[in-house]
Design a protein. Structure first.
Length: 279
């Protein structure tokens, strides 16, 4: 699987050195077959996590306008049981949210044990758009990298599997998607002039993303740079990454579920014995 993972291995992220295209030899048909093969396993792993209540999963999706965050959520969440899934979109902070620290509005949406939470944009906006548009002094947003790293470490210490994805598209691909959105009756309602205005800050956002990824990547909260020019490949990369992370806990969850089953069976057996003695 061709993807770039960052977890504080000493490398400075350079997005212009990473191709947003699928690797050579990968076709849409191959990717879709591989994705389909993962669906049942992802559903099973989610069920095990839900039952064991030892961990939760937080999927953070970041990317430029048109990168495909909604599409990625649709396809990944489509493999999961809705019972244990929450999708949260973070937009412009409300008046109440602005009167608290920048993580206040995020922490309450962290998933409980057994749950999946998918963030469409996230706490990273406070070192991205805030930085690019000068919405806070540099002295303030610079400190936020450390706060974000500490926040994600706290989540991980309490059993949250933190997975962060930057959906990497080219400037040319973004333009084509925005034009397509504008011309289609099904998607024209999404048209926003700000999407075009933000393109004027392409280089500034590139620097902001590179520093955010480099400063906050960690083994317990890695970043995956997802080649996202092809939507079908984007979906596969994310699905394989999520399954890989959950597989690492399969044995622990299996043991916990078996222990729960033994305890439950013992309780039922004791109840039946008690009823028989009283009859």
């Amino acid at each position: 699987m061709a993807r770039t993972v960052y977890d504080q291995d000493g490398r400075k992220v350079r997005l212009d050195k990473i191709s947003p295209e699928p690797p050579a030899g990968m076709t849409k048909e191959k990717a879709q077959r591989r994705f389909a093969a993962l669906e049942a396993e992802l559903f099973e792993l989610q069920e095990m996590m839900w039952g064991a209540k030892r961990h939760s999963a937080l999927i953070v999706l970041q990317g430029r306008d048109g990168a495909g965050k909604d599409g990625a959520i649709k396809h990944v969440a489509g493999c999961l049981n809705p019972r244990g899934v929450r999708v949260v979109s973070f937009g412009v902070p409300t008046e109440e949210e602005r009167q608290h620290d920048f993580l206040w509005r995020v922490h309450g949406h962290a998933p409980r044990h057994g749950e999946f939470a998918l963030f469409n944009r996230s706490h990273y906006e406070d070192v991205l758009v805030v930085r690019v548009h000068g919405l806070a002094p540099k002295s303030l947003w610079k400190e936020r990298y450390g706060h974000i790293a500490d926040f994600e470490e706290l989540l991980a210490e309490h059993g949250t599997i933190v997975l962060k994805y930057f959906l990497h598209i080219s400037k040319k691909e973004q333009k084509e998607r925005l034009l397509e959105r504008e011309s289609s009756p099904k998607t024209a309602w999404k048209v926003n002039v700000n999407d075009w205005k933000e393109r004027d800050y392409w280089d500034e956002y590139t620097e902001a993303y590179e520093e955010a990824i480099s400063r906050t990547a960690a083994p317990h909260a890695p970043w995956v740079v997802v080649p996202a020019n092809a939507k079908w490949y984007r979906n596969l990369v994310i699905a394989e990454s999520v399954v890989e992370a959950l597989r690492a806990r399969r044995r622990e969850w299996k043991n916990a579920l078996e222990a729960m089953a033994r305890k439950a069976r013992a309780g039922v057996a004791a109840y039946r014995k008690e009823r028989q003695a009283g009859s």
